[in-house]
Design a protein around this ligand. Structure first.
Ligand code: FES
Length: 172
């Protein structure tokens, strides 16, 4: 499945702090795992100070996460130049996303809203306009689900013009 910015969606992200029972994601949806790097810090930050990545992880841990979401912290996701970083993934059918340049003071509420939106999908593809801005603008990468059709590779692929192999829709 591809996705474009032209998808129609008029809703704004649900505020997870005020969501009523009708907007809580179905707990039977596939489990989602959010992995937050707890050692992320900005390049010139004091290495002895509390890491913003840990602050982000603790903030999300204290928040009202959907019932199908598990949060975990880990040390270094090897994307240090995009600190702070998190990964959101879940099940065989969902796209996975890596987000970076996250500031817990500025982005925590929107990240939480984005987690709620993602956890309520079966494929991980939250309509563009329903995504918080931080998830629209600060994607480092997205990874297709294992079942996603693959571009057929072979020696001929190396001789094709670059435009013919770049069929995936731009997502960020
Ligand atoms: S310290 Fe967070 S990605 Fe490396």
């Amino acid at each position: 499945m591809s996705e474009t910015m032209s998808e129609t969606m008029s809703e704004t992200p649900t505020d997870p702090l005020t969501a009523d029972a009708a907007t809580v994601p179905d707990p039977t949806l596939a489990p989602v795992v959010v992995t937050v790097c707890t050692t992320c810090r900005q390049a010139n930050a004091d290495p002895e100070a509390i890491r913003p990545g840990l602050v982000l992880a603790e903030t999300l841990n204290a928040a009202d996460l959907p019932p199908n979401v598990t949060l975990r912290g880990t040390e270094c996701l090897s994307a240090c130049s995009r600190s702070c970083v998190l990964v959101i993934e879940g099940g065989e059918e969902r796209w996975s996303y890596i987000y970076g340049d996250l500031d817990p003071a500025e982005h925590s509420a929107d990240i939480l809203a984005g987690i709620h939106a993602y956890a309520g999908t079966t494929d991980g593809l939250v309509p563009w306009r329903a995504r918080p801005v931080v998830f629209r603008k600060q994607s480092v990468a997205r990874i297709p689900p294992k079942a996603h059709p693959s571009v057929e590779l072979g020696t001929s692929a190396l001789t094709q013009p670059a435009t013919s192999t770049a069929s995936a829709a731009k997502d960020t």
